[in-house]
Design a protein around this ligand. Structure first.
Ligand code: CA
Length: 228
């Protein structure tokens, strides 16, 4: 999952990037409104954290323009405390949620997880695919109830595929959503990580759809039992 942080307060920006990166997201960042608007307009994000008071272009205008041009990613706005009118204006402009400053990073993470779940059509924090369960709150994965140890890249990949388990996900989409802008993108690495996941989890959990990408297979356990 890839997140954009648009916040001009350097300390808060840095904190947000650290906390979101530690939580396993690929994070891009902008310190002013113009750069933030541009990134959100051109790059695919699973979530944007958008401050309202920004130099060069304010958060509300950014949000309105994104929504006008059908940029539909979930957006959490950051507002000043007690400015209820900002919250109303932000939600009316297309924000999905808000946080009033100062806020606890844990609350931001919980709201971020909820927005990303909802955007991909999930209500529960635990994603299930056959024998495999992924708890988005704790970032833990189990298979048949047994914990599975994954590296952060393996977890990111599995998490993205499980959030989008209703369809085929292309390699390009994976590269765009798993890595930040500055990452040296080599789509072959996706195949390497899929290979590693197939060794740690049921080998038929992730299907390769030739020429299109990957799809989660929720019937892997039944097939396995049938084959025994
Ligand atoms: Ca600000």
């Amino acid at each position: 999952m890839r997140v954009l942080v648009v916040e001009d307060d350097q300390d808060l920006n840095r904190q947000l990037v650290t906390v979101l990166s530690d939580a396993g997201y690929a994070v891009d960042t902008a310190l002013d409104g113009e750069e933030g608007y541009f990134l959100g307009d051109t790059e695919p994000y699973d979530l944007v954290v958008l401050d309202l008071g920004l130099p060069k272009m304010d958060g509300l205008s950014i949000l309105e323009q994104w929504r006008r041009s059908e940029r539909n990613m979930p957006v959490i706005i950051l507002t000043a405390r007690d400015r209820w009118s900002d919250k109303v204006a932000g939600i009316d402009a297309g924000a999905d949620d808000y946080l009033a400053k100062p806020f606890h990073m844990e609350e931001l993470l919980a709201r971020a997880r909820a927005q990303m779940r909802r955007a991909s059509g999930h209500a529960k924090s635990e994603l299930v695919c056959g024998a495999v369960r992924l708890d988005t709150n704790s970032a833990r994965v189990t298979c048949d109830g047994q914990p599975v140890k994954l590296t952060s890249h393996e977890y990111r990949l599995l998490s993205y595929l499980m959030h989008h388990n209703d369809r085929v996900v292309s390699r390009t989409e994976l590269v765009e959503h798993l890595y930040d802008q500055d990452f040296d993108r080599d789509s072959n690495t996706i195949e390497v990580f899929v290979g590693r996941l197939r060794k740690k989890l049921p080998s038929d959990l992730i299907e390769t759809v030739r020429g299109l990408g990957y799809r989660m297979n929720s019937h892997q356990e039944k097939e396995k039992q049938g084959g025994d």
